[in-house]
Design a protein around this ligand. Structure first.
Ligand SMILES: C[S@@+](CC[C@H](N)C(=O)[O-])C[C@H]1O[C@@H](n2cnc3c(N)ncnc32)[C@H](O)[C@@H]1O
Length: 258
């Protein structure tokens, strides 16, 4: 139901619903267990049980492994955070920061993780030598890939599209501070951009949007332009070329020529 095939609802609400139902169940069960055993059940045990049961139920609903792990560790972590006796304003501030960074997780289920330096180098080698191109990073995160490429290929133009507020603001600021004149960041949804203006389209997203994005790229991109996906395949569409990066995770760049 909440698996990562891209056709269904966001797992955030499902995950919260499971935690709420398990919480109510344990809340009702705790006094019965205490009465039956004659012992008080420590809150830590309740939270550990909450995590384990929520994890099992989530797995039953076919949540992916990272979500299951999150479901298991969230309740004891919350208890730990409460035990630290932090000022109450800390919690909404942390929540706000998480929302501003992971803005695209709830909606289209793309989190923030970054292209590493070895992969940025491999991408720079894919750019046509001595020819100026317009390159776009769809979901540009903190903009590190584009800052690297803008320096490596000063004759070309580099554009980043991002809608998570905090990464966008940081990438914009770091881009300005870098002084690169061939670099710009736009606060824009990747699905609202005309991809026909770019020679190279790069993305590092998740399995969820790939089929829809590829269809869009096919419809809009110019003949001869490149569509490069870091790690995530397009269902039923074999790439024309795969470059394996010599980094720790053996990153694969999947390349289609339009
Ligand atoms: C895995 S990160 C990759 C960041 C960067 N491209 C890199 O490789 O370092 C994916 C980024 O895409 C952004 N994103 C996801 N969906 C988007 C959308 N529809 N429009 C714009 N940005 C989006 C997310 O906010 C996130 O910052």
């Amino acid at each position: 139901m909440w698996n990562m095939d891209g056709t269904d609802r966001s797992p955030v609400f499902g995950a919260l619903a499971i935690q709420a139902v398990v919480f109510v169940g344990l809340y009702l069960l705790r006094p019965l267990v205490e009465e039956a055993t004659g012992h008080a059940v420590p809150l830590l045990w309740v939270m550990l049980a909450q995590g384990v049961i929520a994890g099992i139920v989530s797995r039953g609903f076919r949540f992916s492994l990272p979500w299951v792990v999150g479901q298991v560790i969230a309740p004891p972590l919350l208890l730990f955070a409460l035990a630290l006796d932090l000022p109450t304003w800390v919690f909404p501030v942390i929540l706000l920061l998480l929302v501003l960074v992971f803005w695209n997780v709830a909606g289209n289920r793309v989190p923030l993780y970054l292209t590493n330096r070895a992969t940025s180098e491999a991408i720079s080698k894919l750019l046509p030598r001595g020819k100026a191109v317009h390159f776009v990073d769809l979901g540009s995160g903190l903009g590190g890939t584009l800052r690297y490429l803008a320096k490596a290929a000063p004759e070309s133009r580099f554009t980043g599209l991002e809608t998570a507020p905090l990464p966008f603001a940081l990438s914009w600021l770091l881009g300005k501070l870098s002084g690169a004149k061939n670099l710009d960041f736009r606060f824009r949804d990747i699905f609202k951009e005309d991809l026909g203006q770019y020679d190279v389209v790069y993305c590092f997203l998740s399995p969820v949007p790939m089929a829809r994005l590829y269809d869009k790229a096919r419809a809009e991109m110019k003949p001869g332009s490149l569509f490069i996906s870091n790690s995530f395949a397009v269902p039923d569409q074999k790439p024309h070329r795969v470059v394996t990066v010599k980094d720790g995770r053996r990153t694969k760049l999947l390349i289609w020529k339009m």
